[in-house]
Ligand binder design. Structure first.
Ligand code: GDP
Length: 445
């Protein structure tokens, strides 16, 4: 039987602070410290009293009878006034009853998982929701918590389990008359592996939803990098100066673009230079470009492209680059072609001074970074890794089966199922395949 635990479930400093209690002694504890009535899911008003019966605060409290609570255990929530003194005193009184001890981080959600209230993917989503820094990542985590990921994984798992059972039956069948014909098995395996791998792929891109995408802002000195950064995040963090090459180091800024968390990196102007300090900056710029998910290459619209711009273009990874033609408010000499591209890279025109084109740029950035909502099902790197492992194992299983290596294929499928069950923390592959096999037997056999 688990211990009863308690924790403050809200930051202190607001109007109200919440203490959460969970475990078998929740009711006894509440009776000891709270004067109001205690009924399942009823809010009641009363006083918090200390050992001597002195009133500490007036408050409301709710009791939840197991299993009708977040954790699945008897639980309570006490809403006190949000003062430090009151919250600390309440914690002291609760601990002194000897009925409960302080909760570990994540303990309430862990208990909810252990009591079958949610699976591992859902529990992790709760943590992600608490930590999510922008609206899009909050939505992806919310979907996951509602069990969408679990449902998709569950369906894949079932299909794998069916194929495993087919193969297992074929291994045992000495007559050779089995339903596990090669074309069907391999076809199904190939389809499962490509679905798993594409889920993982979507997840890799969607990871930016949680961790934030790194966006490097590059371009020759004075094209307007710092100004654009400031305009995009509407702050004066980067120092704007009219002297070329003054952005010596990189400046990093966390921001939210259309709900996508991003980290902008304003790199030093990339150019060959004898200046040692600036050289270090240039090297760093190139490195930042490598580690970035998206590169904004700035080209000045009001002057012809120079050798310097050309040099930068050669160092670019075109696949992850967006061209930004700057200073649109001045007379323009650089234009995108009829396909909307410059040097083969999609281009947008903006003015940091007037703000023209900035909204389109924001939308363009968000679209490049985030896959369609539907793909954003997997946002957790542990899940991405498990999906990749599962997809790889199924791929191997298919080619092994094609070569007639039935036992080895069966083993690979088991590995894949284990990887999937790591995501939800629920199924037991060994047992499930056995059940599936027996479910195919006729009654009376
Ligand atoms: P960086 O060296 O690439 O970071 O460029 P800065 O942002 O420091 O800008 C260089 C110069 O260009 C400054 O004098 C800015 O005021 C000017 N500038 C930047 N953006 C614009 C713009 O959109 N329009 C105009 N007219 N000037 C701009």
């Amino acid at each position: 039987m688990s211990q009863t635990v308690f924790a403050l479930a809200s930051p202190i400093g607001g109007a109200i602070a919440i203490m959460r209690i969970s475990g078998p002694d929740s009711r006894a504890l509440l009776e000891r410290i709270f004067t109001g009535s205690i009924e399942h899911r009823r809010v009641s008003y009363g006083r918090i009293i200390d050992e001597a019966g002195e009133t500490v605060d007036t408050c409301t409290a709710v009791f939840y009878k197991a299993p009708g609570s977040y954790t699945g255990e008897d639980s309570a929530e006490v809403f006190i006034h949000g003062s430090y003194a009151v919250a600390l005193r309440l914690a002291e009184i609760v601990e002194k009853t000897g009925l409960a001890s302080p909760a570990q981080p994540g303990e309430f959600t862990k208990r909810a998982y252990l009591n079958g209230k949610m699976d591992l993917a859902q529990a992790e989503a709760v943590m992600d929701i608490i930590a999510s820094s922008a609206e899009r990542s909050r939505r992806a985590a919310a979907n996951q918590m509602e069990g969408r990921l679990s449902a998709v994984i569950g369906a894949m798992y079932k299909r794998l389990s069916s194929v495993s059972a087919l193969i297992a039956a074929a291994m045992d069948d000495e007559t050779g008359e089995t339903e596990a014909d090669e074309g069907t098995v391999c076809g199904e395996l190939d389809s499962i592996s490509s679905e798993l791998l594409s889920l993982a792929d979507g997840g890799m891109r969607a990871r930016v939803l949680r961790e934030g995408a790194r966006i490097a802002i590059i371009g020759s000195p004075n094209v307007g990098k710092s100004s654009l950064l400031n305009a995009l995040i509407m702050r004066e963090r980067a120092i704007v100066t009219p002297i070329p090459g003054t952005t010596r180091d990189t400046v990093e800024e966390a921001a939210s673009i259309e709900g996508v968390p991003v980290i902008f990196i304003d790199t030093a102007g990339i150019r060959e230079t004898a200046d040692e300090v600036e050289k270090i900056g240039v090297e760093r710029s190139l490195r930042e470009m490598e580690s970035a998910e998206l590169v904004l290459w700035l080209v000045e619209g009001s002057r012809k492209m120079e050798a310097e711009d050309e040099e930068i273009r050669r160092g670019l990874d075109v696949q992850k680059t967006l061209v930004v033609i700057t200073k649109n408010d001045l007379e323009q000499v650089v234009f995108p072609d009829e396909e909307g591209k410059l040097c083969g890279v999609p281009a947008m025109t903006v003015s940091s001074l007037t703000g023209e084109g900035l909204n389109e740029l924001r939308t363009g950035i968000a679209r490049r970074l985030v896959p369609a909502e539907e793909e954003a099902l997997v946002t957790n790197s542990r899940h991405v890794a498990a999906l990749q492992r599962a997809g790889g194992a199924v791929e191997t299983a298919s080619s092994l089966y094609g070569e007639g290596l039935t036992d080895a294929a069966f083993f690979e499928l088991r590995t894949a199922m284990e990887a999937l069950s790591e995501i939800t923390g629920r199924e037991d592959p060994a047992e499930d395949v056995v059940n599936e096999i027996f479910s195919r037997f006729c009654i009376g056999k």
